[in-house]
Design a protein around this ligand. Structure first.
Ligand code: ZN
Length: 410
């Protein structure tokens, strides 16, 4: 793989836009910094049971272990801070000095129910969901039956997608295609890179912009899988893709919360804040720099922001939309898009949940600040991975068709 030019914007580039316009929401949220607790990164040697347990890697989450009996250890799992949305995320490696059956009890704080089906991976193998008959749930104690040996087994709430892995993915994309420009437009609170992919054919002046966001919430990996499939479809060099990128520009943000992702957070960034409540006053560096970057592009290139899709995960597939479409650039987009998805994804029923964004979430910001269609694109935690690829692909194709025909009408 050849090395890629990654462009860094200097601080001076952003200076002119440090006073981006804030947006008021009905229910403000205090997104000033909150204290977080860091997990201790270490290799635990549990000598009685002959086990080695390890959380010294990006995306790990393990706050301690304890022996419960001769075949069981407890893995203590804690969030970065509280209060927090109940999405107990865990990830660690475990090995045994001799091949044997071992029980690992995940212990969450009281009040947090088990959410994620454990995924298991050996170093040279693919991720697999743990057989449901090997998981025993009792309140906030969830016991996993594992067959272990000397080779470490990775156990995680969802398939790991660290900032390094995501970087490898977008580097490959932008090395393959000259029209995918990878920029680092800022840094997170702890200094990790904030990347954006700037995508268009030919010149960018006056091209309407579509913004794609993901990974505000670290464990929401299925939303990221849809983002990937969506973007890869926009970049598949089909006739549709070529025509679309001749007339439109995509700004895709593949990693909005790299600190949270690499620290194995349940939901927040290193400022201890849900970044998807910060789209009003932009108090967190990740959101502030993202907004500044978007605003600067719109201003410099005389462009209109048409559509913002923010990819997340929840218990089921659902699109959260804005009920009020006041000032919307494309008031019919959702209706057309959802009916096309219903027709073109086999055995699929679109699940739309519409509401006005009273809290400062991105979908409300897209509409209130820019008159753009704003949608929170949610994929179920357990939606089969090949199904996610289909939904991601078809939703990209149908978006391109609608926006193309909209361009032709003008
Ligand atoms: Zn989310």
């Amino acid at each position: 793989m050849r090395t890629l030019p990654i462009f860094f914007f200097s601080a001076g580039f952003l200076i002119s836009c440090s006073s981006v316009r804030t947006v008021d929401f009905e229910t403000p949220v205090d997104t000033s910094d909150k204290q977080i607790t860091f997990q201790e990164r270490q290799v635990y040697f549990q000598e009685d049971l002959g086990l080695v347990v390890d959380n010294t890697f990006d995306g790990a989450r393990l706050n301690g272990i304890e022996k419960l009996n001769d075949s069981t250890i407890k893995a203590i799992i804690r969030p970065e801070n509280e209060p927090i949305n109940s999405s107990p995320y865990y990830a660690f490696k475990i090995a045994s000095n001799t091949p044997k059956k071992v029980y690992v009890s995940l212990e969450y704080p009281k009040g947090h129910a088990h959410r994620y089906v454990p995924k298991v991976k050996k170093p040279t193998e693919e991720w697999e969901a743990l057989d449901p008959s090997k998981t025993f749930i009792m309140d906030s104690l969830v016991t996993l039956e594992l067959l272990l040996d000397k080779e470490p087994t990775l156990i995680a709430a969802q398939e790991l997608q660290t900032s390094e892995q995501v970087k490898e993915w977008y580097h490959d994309l932008s090395s393959d295609k000259g029209y995918v420009r990878a920029y680092i437009y800022g840094t997170s609170k702890m200094g990790r890179e904030l990347p954006v992919l700037d995508i268009y054919h030919g010149g960018k002046a006056n091209k309407p912009i579509i913004v794609l966001l993901t990974r505000q919430h670290p464990p929401e990996v299925t939303g990221f899988f849809a983002f990937k499939a969506f973007l890869e479809t926009v970049l598949d060099d089909s006739e549709l893709s070529k025509a679309f990128l001749d007339t439109h520009r995509i700004l895709a943000f593949p990693m909005l919360n790299p600190d949270g992702v690499d620290l194995g957070h349940w939901r927040h960034n290193a400022g201890g804040v849900d970044t998807n409540r910060d789209w009003s006053k932009y108090r967190q560096p990740e959101i502030r720099q993202t907004v500044e970057f978007i605003e600067e592009q719109l201003k410099n290139d005389g462009a209109r922001l048409l559509l913002g899709l923010d990819f997340h995960s929840t218990y089921k597939d659902v699109f959260y939309t804005n009920t009020s479409q006041e000032g919307s650039a494309l008031p019919h987009f959702e209706k057309d898009w959802f009916s096309a998805l219903g027709e073109n994804i086999p055995d699929y029923k679109v699940n739309e949940s519409s509401g006005n964004s009273t809290k400062p979430v991105s979908k409300g910001w897209f509409l209130k600040r820019h008159g753009a269609v704003g949608i929170t694109y949610e994929i179920g935690d357990n939606t089969p991975r090949d199904r996610i690829r289909t939904i991601g692909r078809v939703s990209a194709q149908e978006m391109m068709k609608i926006l193309r025909s909209n361009t032709n009408l003008n």
